[in-house]
Design a protein around this ligand. Structure first.
Ligand code: CDP
Length: 245
């Protein structure tokens, strides 16, 4: 199949990045007044708003669990978030899948047993997309949960890895994701060195995967620093939302 453009030239990616470089990343916590916690992540051309609510009473009541909080996760792409396909809003198969894998991540990281018979709701709204929105959304949701004061084992972060023109790369943009040979979204906890989400599209060798995990944990360190700074700015720095609410 003919490729639209070369993705790697002279050891550099189309946007000038080295193989392991992440796109520019910024996170702002506490951007929504009505949510218990919130965060806006801008990662390359991705923009994702995450909100966290709870722990609050379960509705409908029969879904509640006497031993722990239940976690609901919603992922949605705004109709204007990409140049394709989103004329019709509402969850499609992909959005349902991403909500489900995010729910599994947070079930393993939130201290749900401290809040029996409650629910915690997490929303990830993709405002603009350019590859890697699930890892961006979960990274932002982790900050939103911390902003809501919900106890967790760790802040979690995501990085997507992939193979493009035979080279392993970190933080794929949409072109690399669509035209590359393989992509692997990864969510990790640095505290426990656990992988909380691992998905794979395309064939990779064991050695390539092992190298990707290394690259993922390394990338996560940089992402974590941005998350922590966002929370520090929220609680210790001047913040417009603190003035009246
Ligand atoms: O965003 P992420 O990489 O987690 O998910 P993906 O399914 O691998 O999609 C890669 C990119 O393709 C997304 O970030 C979007 O930019 C784009 N996409 C889209 O515009 N519309 C879709 N229905 C699916 C993907």
């Amino acid at each position: 199949m003919e490729k639209e453009k070369k993705l790697i030239v002279d050891g550099k990616r189309a946007d000038g990045r080295g193989m392991e470089d992440l796109r520019p990343l910024s996170i702002k916590a506490g951007v929504l007044k009505r949510a218990d916690g919130s965060a806006l992540i801008e990662w390359g051309r991705n923009k994702v708003l995450a909100a966290a609510y709870g722990p609050r009473e379960v509705f409908p009541k029969h879904l509640s669990n006497v031993h722990k909080a239940i976690i609901n996760c919603r992922y949605a792409m705004a109709p204007f978030s990409s140049i394709e396909e989103h004329g019709r809003s509402g969850p499609n198969r992909r959005a349902i899948e991403i909500g489900k894998v995010a729910k599994h991540v947070f079930e393993n990281i939130v201290l749900t047993k401290q809040f029996p018979k409650t629910q915690i709701d997490i929303s990830m709204e993709v405002l603009q997309s350019d590859g890697g929105t699930r890892v961006a959304g979960i990274t932002a949701a982790s900050v939103a949960l911390a902003d809501a004061g919900i106890p967790m084992k760790d802040l979690v972060q995501g990085v997507s890895l992939g193979r493009v023109e035979g080279q392993l790369v970190a933080d794929l943009d949409k072109y690399e994701d669509n035209q590359g040979e393989a992509d692997v979204p990864l969510i990790v906890s640095l505290r426990s060195r656990e992988i909380l989400l691992f998905q794979q599209d395309g064939m990779l060798t064991k050695e390539e995967l092992a190298r990707m995990f290394e690259m993922g944990f390394k990338g996560a360190e940089a992402v974590r620093a941005v998350q922590v700074q966002a929370l520090k700015d929220r609680y210790y720095g001047p913040h417009e939302l603190n003035e009246d609410g």
